[in-house]
Design a protein around this ligand. Structure first.
Ligand SMILES: C[S@@+](CC[C@H](N)C(=O)[O-])C[C@H]1O[C@@H](n2cnc3c(N)ncnc32)[C@H](O)[C@@H]1O
Length: 304
């Protein structure tokens, strides 16, 4: 209990008088008003005339929510904390599920294993990005909102009518963001669940110029040849292994965007130069990934 100055008022005038005190800036907001018989003791700051001393309980301020990442209606926690999960669920009316990520992204399809901590048992949700609506399923196909600004950067670089190839498209965030600037987009992924969701997302966003393709990006060069103005390579750990294919797909004057995780500036520059010698390379820092490691993008413009 804390002793403080108090204004005594009859209970039936309580709310009206409390509002006046709030308006005049007298209320001690960290203390809880107390009943005393038919009166209410309202804690105040300072000692305005007519005040008296009284004991008050401190207001409970809600502790901050546990750390989590929000993707659409799903909150993802890095700790297995069911009570924290219930608090997130209660505090966020638009959250339907709280998941615990049991590890990092893994495997060829770059997915994580999740367990459900609270709410509806699903890994599927709807995510809105710059007005585009995506159905995602975190358990079966990769999705991250962290490149949303990067998608806008690519969009702003484009000339209208470009032919674009997304070699590792996932559920389609790049193709759908770029579609209405592009002539057409080839969107390839090896994960059938990703292509299934891509097709759903194309329909939701009424995108009619994206060709979904279930397959291995390594085969695209021999199928399509040199016809794209822009090629996207967002498979950070091993995208560089597909650079020869990307070079075959990109027409002179076109641009390849190679996403990489790296530990030193220019880590992939020599490899890029050895595969695409006649090119202009610009490297950009995107975001920190872990201690000493960051996500970078190389914009590689093939010379004319
Ligand atoms: C890091 S995710 C990026 C997905 C998407 N571009 C995005 O930004 O959300 C990489 C994707 O590459 C796909 N993938 C992995 N190996 C592949 C390959 N050889 N050919 C085509 N897709 C592949 C995975 O299934 C995954 O969806």
């Amino acid at each position: 209990m804390i002793e403080a100055w108090a204004v005594r008022i009859p209970k039936r005038q309580g709310e009206e008088r409390r509002q006046e005190l709030i308006r005049d800036g007298f209320i001690a907001g960290n203390l809880r008003p107390q009943a005393d018989g038919d009166d209410l003791l309202i804690p105040v700051t300072g000692s305005p005339p007519g005040t008296e001393r009284a004991l008050f309980k401190q207001m409970q301020t809600a502790p901050p929510l546990p750390r989590h990442e929000q993707v659409g209606g799903i909150a993802i926690m890095q700790e297995n904390d069911p009570r924290g999960a219930e608090r997130i669920l209660a505090a966020r009316p638009s959250t339907h599920t709280v998941l615990y990520a049991e590890g990092a992204v893994e495997g060829e399809f770059r997915t994580k294993t999740f367990s459900v901590l609270a709410g509806t048992p699903t890994t599927r949700t709807c995510y809105l990005e710059y007005g585009y609506r995506f159905t995602i399923d975190l358990g079966s196909a990769y999705f991250s909102s962290r490149l949303s600004t990067e998608r806008q950067r690519i969009r702003s670089m484009m000339n209208d009518g470009e032919a674009v190839c997304d070699m590792f498209c996932g559920v389609g965030p790049f193709p759908i963001t770029l579609a209405n600037r592009a002539g057409w987009i080839l969107a390839c992924d090896k994960n059938p669940h990703a292509i299934h969701l891509l097709i759903e997302n194309l329909a939701t966003n009424r995108t009619g110029n994206v060709l979904p393709m279930l397959g291995d990006a390594a085969r695209l060069g021999e199928i399509f040849g040199e016809r794209f103005d822009r090629v996207l390579m967002n498979l950070p750990l091993i995208a560089h292994q597909f650079l020869r294919t990307a070079a075959i797909l990109t027409r002179p004057g076109g641009t390849i965007h190679l996403y990489a995780l790296q530990e030193r500036e220019g880590e992939y520059e020599d490899e890029i130069r050895s595969i695409i010698p006649d090119s202009t390379i610009t490297e950009r820092f995107l975001r920190s990934y872990s201690a000493g490691r960051w996500h970078a993008v190389y914009d590689i413009r093939r010379d004319l």
